[in-house]
Design a binder for this molecule. Sequence first.
Ligand code: TRP
Length: 468
Amino acid sequence: MKERESFGSRFAVIMAFAGSAIGLGNIWRFPYLVGQNGGAAFIIIYILASFLLSLPIFLSESVIGRRTHSNTFGAMEELAPGTKWKWMGLLTVISPLVILSFYSVVGGWSIEYFIKSFGGFGSTSAAGAASSIATGGEASISQVSAAFGWFISSTWGPLFCHTAFLLLCALIILAGVKSGIERFSNITMPILFVLILLIIIYSVSLPGAAEGVRYMVKPDFSKITPSVIAAAMGQSFFSLSLGVGTILTYSSYVSKNEDMVLSASGTAVMDLMFALLAGFAVMPAVFAAGLAPESGPSLIFQTLPFIFTKMGETMPLLSTVVAVLFFLTVLVAALTSAISMFEVGVTYLVEEKGLTRSWATVAVFVGTWILGTLCSLSFGPLHDVHLFGNTIFDFCDKLTSNFLMTFGGLLFTVFVGWKMRRADVRDELTNGRSIRFNDRCFGILYFLIKYLAPIAILVIFVTNLLAK
Ligand code: TRP
């Protein structure tokens, strides 16, 4: 039996999980979904979905990972030897790598915008923008949007940033689970919370921000439809990095005496808090600038840079500082999520294929770099290459978010609820029945894992299918 690394403390476990969970999904997707789907009404449904649906899926992955202390493929083979389950385990090695490919492209954009934030966003070059602001040129949202469109559709800039982002991930992964992942998350996660709080203070103090705060706290139940409920469930699922073996892999590095229910709930609470904080950082600024809350995916790379540029006309220093902090937050949050996807492939290659950690890192890097390059070019030179009617980037995004993740979630809950022995699941969630509280709640948790979660996932799946 080889010596296997493990996380050093409960704090480290939660920071690593939270590092995976808190990412672009919280900062970019959550605020615009809230904006489009009825403000606080959406938030209420999201909270319910997080605890009733996502938590049981999280626990299912944790049970499998920690019980076996193995990669997704090996874990399935160990718990159900000689069955086909291991092939499904293999699928969950592949899906995080597909996510990583396009996630790293967006991670690359955040590097570019972090660099741009020192100068300005309104022009196609940071220097040009800085001069247009310095000369008091009025920024317009179309100018900022055009700069974004120009950047992502060019060939070399985004490729360079995508490569830099993946290299950063590879460096952290190379350092190992303890000195790489654990150390990086332990330091950066608390800093992220401080950064987002600073941004909130700025955002809420802008004139006209109160409307945005009201938007976040006033529920509009008339907007709630079945597809909004499915969207809330899907977002909570995405936000907790479920269904692709990341939580399973990280759980395999958790020691036997850790309380899995506690660390899972701690992660869900932190992820939720960060999403809400991001909402309060973004929405008031959007309202203060007189923009629509529903602006959708363009929110962080177009709407916010426009806001920073506009504020820069009167308060150049402050707005630059906030812009720098904001894109630093986006970048770090994206990095801690990306390394968790990276680790799934590395753990698999080391344990199943006998590669050293360094070679496994190189292999994952090369594979995701190639696919990511295609994703990046699909905004420019490869724009006309379509897979099932989508560009390569959109295809990878839809394939994973709508199908692979939900399918993986279904697989894990069904495996734990129906294939594993109930006594073993109980043993894992209660540490041999030594944690009294978990033992008492076990009936409910087991019910959620066995019945509610799989049914809810099927509902999301069908809704996504119908929506195409
Ligand atoms: N949870 C991440 C975020 O909010 C995104 C994500 C989705 C993810 N699936 C994942 C991260 C799988 C790691 C692994 O940005």
